[in-house]
Ligand binder design. Structure first.
Ligand code: NAD
Ligand code: TYD
Length: 340
């Protein structure tokens, strides 16, 4: 297949491209990424070196740019689109939701329009469990759960899901929607809980835990999510929504304590801070449909996944330093400068 992957320099998109390059030797990928603060071209440097110009092409640009997207679809004869591109951090959406509406809603609409006009065989839209809102002590989200987003981020993702659904119903456009729980693993930007806590613990800084630390997330190792997305691409039923989860519900405070313990650091570093406004209490995913129709199952439990993750961050301290110092922002110039 010839794929247009959007947001491939971000956390999950980068992991997805690595997976496809390794496991689908016939596939060609065009990675369209705007390189916002969350996009790091260094995540793709090994792929660029090995496959650049043959099976892998990078285009810096916006999913909302219809002309650019149309040009890519035509010139690369794209068969399918996998849309990871988004503004993805809840706290940023609380400070200013404008970029979330621009990219997640308007950008997705434009990407859908261009893809429909060109006529792709598949459009996989990568979404989140957060569109379902929050759970109490019991129960799980299923694909039938009502959408009840509580943050501007999740509201923008729910809007994009609805647009995808409408394009399927109205235009018979071949959409598959995936909704996944919280990811962790290599290349995650250190604003999200796990890499942030890792980084602060390493530096002996205090670890800010929101509220009472009892909020629950269902953690999935990023490679398992990527495998799910790829199954949805190759086997998913058109018009379907598939939930993915890690079957690994954890309270935030226990995640933080696990990281401290793995690094041999004291729990005295934990600092409870003011809660996030509109903070969802609990997420949990029922992914029976994906198991039945796609054969999806998470392969790593939390203990194994967090160890893999910590090992990766230990072995890639230069990556983390580059992100934290901001050096990654000038990487494009250095990379293309070196090669010219
Ligand atoms: P991320 O913030 O790490 O990466 C997003 C990428 O999209 C970046 O490379 C950024 O440069 C790019 N981008 C942003 N705006 C763009 C635009 N207008 N045009 C082109 N590229 C643009 O996000 P992530 O954690 O990798 O999440 C990827 C997708 O998965 C998102 O759609 C997110 O909603 C969804 N998701 C994330 C999680 C999670 O735990 N991180 C869980 C479920 C679903
Ligand atoms: P996050 O990684 O931002 O993902 P999401 O909000 O999409 O679930 O946060 C995961 C959980 O960790 C969430 O309940 C908020 C909490 N959290 C903290 O307690 N402290 C922090 O500094 C951050 C970033 C998150």
């Amino acid at each position: 297949m010839r794929l247009l992957v959007t947001g491939g320099c971000g956390f999950i998109g980068a992991n997805y491209i690595h997976l496809v390059m390794r496991e689908q030797p016939e596939d060609v990928i065009v990675n369209l990424d705007k390189l916002t603060y969350a996009g790091n071209p260094e995540n793709m440097v090994d792929i660029e070196r090995e496959f650049g110009g043959e099976r892998y092409f990078f285009v810096q640009g916006d999913i909302g740019n219809v002309e650019l997207v149309s040009h890519i679809l035509r010139t690369h004869k794209i068969d399918a689109v996998v849309n990871f591109a988004a503004e993805s951090h809840v706290d940023r959406s609380i400070d200013d939701c404008s970029p979330f509406i621009e990219t997640n809603v308007v950008g997705t609409k434009n990407l859908l329009e261009a893809s429909r006009k060109y006529g792709v065989d598949r459009f996989v839209h990568v979404s989140t469990d957060e569109v379902y809102g929050t759970l109490g002590e019991d129960g799980q989200f299923s694909e039938e759960s009502p959408l009840a987003p509580n943050s501007p981020y999740s509201a923008s993702k729910a809007s994009s899901d609805m647009l995808c659904r409408a394009f399927f119903e109205t235009h018979d456009f071949p959409v598959v929607i995936t909704r996944c729980s919280n990811n962790y693993g290599p290349y995650q930007f250190p604003e999200k809980l796990i890499p942030l806590m890792y980084s602060k613990a390493k530096g002996g800084e205090s670890l800010p835990v929101y509220g009472d630390g009892q909020n629950v997330r269902d953690w999935i190792y990023v490679a398992d999510h990527c495998r799910g997305v790829d199954l949805a691409l190759r086997k998913g039923r058109l018009g379907a929504v598939y939930n993915f989860g890690g079957a690994a519900e954890m309270k935030n405070i226990d995640v933080v304590k696990t990281i401290l313990s793995a690094l041999g650091k004291s729990e005295d570093l934990i600092t409870y801070v003011k809660d996030r406004p509109g903070h969802d209490r609990r997420y949990a995913m029922n992914f029976d449909l994906a198991a039945k129709e796609l054969g999806f199952a998470p392969s790593l439990n939390f203990a194994a996944g967090i160890q893999e993750t910590i090992d990766w961050y230990e072995q890639n301290s230069a990556w983390l330093e580059g992100v934290e110092s901001g050096a990654y922002r000038s990487f494009m110039n250095r990379w293309y400068g070196e090669r010219s």
